[in-house]
Ligand binder design. Structure first.
Ligand code: NAD
Length: 356
C-alpha cells in the first residue's frame, strides 16, 4: 500500500446499469482534483458485469482476488444487478466475493447532510445530521450459514445462523473508537439487541465493555437497535459514531441515508484498514432509469472522496465534497434532486469546480 504517497492504482468495476454511467463521471472528477494536486492515479477497468456473465459465464475470474489484493490500492465500484440475470448470481459472486475474500470487515456509511432542503426531518440544519455508521461486514446473519429442512413441504424449516466471532466483533468496535479518536469525535454508540439475542449480542456487550476502557476520552453509550432507530430520527445530533452488527448496520445506515438526501447521494466504503479496499455508492444499478443519462453521479463522487481519504489524500477528498456541496447549493443537479441536469453535465460541472 502506498497510503499517503503521491501515486495510486485503482481497479474500476463499473458493473451494470447506472453503475456504467456514474462511475466515469466520478473518475473525471477525481482526475481533475488529483492532476491539479500533482498526484498520479492510474485507473484499470474490469468488465465484470451482467454483460460479461451472459457472454461467457464469468463472474469473478479465478486469480482476481489475489490480483486486486497485490496490485491495487483500492477498487472503485459502480453497481451490479440486471433484469436479464434474475438470480443475481454475478452480483453475489463479485460483490460478496470481494467483501469476504478481501476480508473487508468495515462497512463505513457516512451520513452527512449537504443541504438543509434534502432532509425529510423538520427544522433540521446541515450541522444537525452528521454521523458515521460502522457496520460489521463479514459475519453475523449474512455469513451464509444455515439450511433447509423438509424444503418445499408443509413442514419446511429454514435456519439462518448468526455468526459472531470475538475477533470479528472486537475489530469493528475498535475501528469505531479509533476513528473517533483520530478525528477527535466525542461520542461512540454501540447498538445491538442483547436483551433478546442473549448469546450473540452478549458477546458484543462483553467485547464493547472491554474495548471502550482503552478510550476514556470518548463518551461511549449503548442503545438497543430499536431505540437507536427512534433516536436517530428524533434527534440525530446525539450521534458522532455508531457501530453495530451486519444486519442492523445495513438497516440503520439506509435510514441514515434518507435523513441526508436519499440514495442518489449516499456513499460507502468496504474497508480493511491498510489493505486493498472497495468503495461503492449505496444505490443499485437502477434499471428503471439506466441508459437515459439522468442518474445522479453525486453518490459516486462522494464515494470517491472516501476512497481518496483512504489513500491519505485528504485535501483532494475535501475538494470533491466541497464541489458536491456547491452543486447542491446552486441546484446544478439531476432530476431525482429536483434539478434538470444530465449525469454528464453534473460530472463536467464538478470537474471544472475542483480544478479551479
Ligand atoms: N451494491 C449494489 O451493487 C447494489 C445495491 C442495491 C441494489 N442493487 C441491485 O440493483 C438493481 C436495482 O435495485 P433497486 O431498484 O432495488 O435499487 P436502486 O438503488 O437501483 O434503485 C432504487 C430507486 O432509486 C433510484 N435511484 C437509485 N440510484 C439513483 C441515482 N444515482 N440517481 C437517480 N436515481 C437513483 C432508482 O431509479 C430507483 O427508482 C437490483 O438488481 C439490485 O439487486 C445493487
Amino acid at each position: 500500500m502506498r497510503k499517503g504517497g503521491s501515486a495510486a492504482r485503482v481497479a474500476v468495476i463499473a458493473g451494470d446499469g447506472i453503475g456504467k454511467e456514474v462511475t466515469p463521471e466520478a473518475i473525471k472528477v477525481i482526475h481533475a482534483a488529483t492532476v491539479s494536486a500533482r498526484r498520479q492515479i492510474e485507473f484499470v477497468e474490469f468488465d465484470w458485469s451482467a454483460d460479461r456473465y451472459l457472454k461467457d459465464g464469468v463472474t469473478l475470474p479465478s486469480g482476481a482476488v489475489e490480483m486486486l489484493r497485490d496490485e491495487f490500492d483500492a477498487i472503485l465500484f459502480g453497481a451490479l444487478g440486471d433484469p436479464r440475470v434474475p438470480s443475481n448470481q454475478h452480483a453475489a459472486d463479485i460483490l460478496l466475493g470481494l467483501r469476504f475474500k478481501l476480508d473487508l470487515y468495515v462497512n463505513a456509511r457516512p451520513v452527512e447532510l449537504f443541504h438543509d432542503r434534502l432532509t425529510p426531518l423538520r427544522d433540521r440544519k446541515e450541522a444537525d445530521v452528521k454521523f458515521m455508521v460502522f457496520r460489521e461486514n463479514t459475519e453475523g446473519l449474512y455469513a451464509g450459514v444455515g439450511g433447509f429442512f423438509k424444503k418445499e413441504t408443509a413442514d419446511e424449516i429454514a435456519v439462518q445462523e448468526d455468526v459472531n466471532s470475538r475477533k470479528g466483533v472486537e475489530r469493528i468496535i475498535r475501528h469505531a473508537f479509533e476513528y473517533a479518536r483520530v478525528r477527535k469525535l466525542k461520542r461512540v454508540c454501540m447498538s445491538d439487541k442483547s436483551n433478546a439475542m442473549t448469546f450473540a449480542h452478549d458477546l458484543w456487550q462483553r467485547v464493547y465493555k472491554e474495548v471502550r476502557q482503552a478510550y476514556p476520552e470518548i463518551e461511549s453509550r449503548h442503545l438497543y437497535i430499536d431505540t437507536l432507530a427512534m433516536e436517530v430520527v428524533r434527534d440525530p445530533r446525539q450521534f458522532d459514531v455508531i457501530v453495530t452488527c451486519n444486519l442492523f448496520g445495513d438497516i440503520i445506515s439506509d435510514l441514515g441515508a434518507q435523513l441526508a438526501g436519499g440514495l442518489g447521494l449516499a456513499p460507502s466504503g468496504n474497508i480493511h484498514p491498510g489493505k486493498t479496499s472497495l468503495f461503492e455508492p449505496v444505490h443499485g444499478s437502477a434499471p428503471n432509469i439506466a441508459g437515459k443519462g439522468i442518474a445522479n453521479p453525486l453518490g459516486s463522487v462522494l464515494t470517491s472522496a472516501m476512497m481518496l481519504e483512504f489513500l491519505g489524500w485528504n485535501p483532494e477528498a475535501e475538494k470533491l465534497r466541497s464541489a458536491v456541496r456547491s452543486a447542491l447549493k446552486e441546484n446544478y443537479v439531476t432530476s431525482d434532486l429536483g434539478g434538470d441536469k444530465k449525469t454528464v453535465e453534473v460530472g463536467d460541472w464538478l470537474a471544472d469546480r475542483v480544478s479551479r
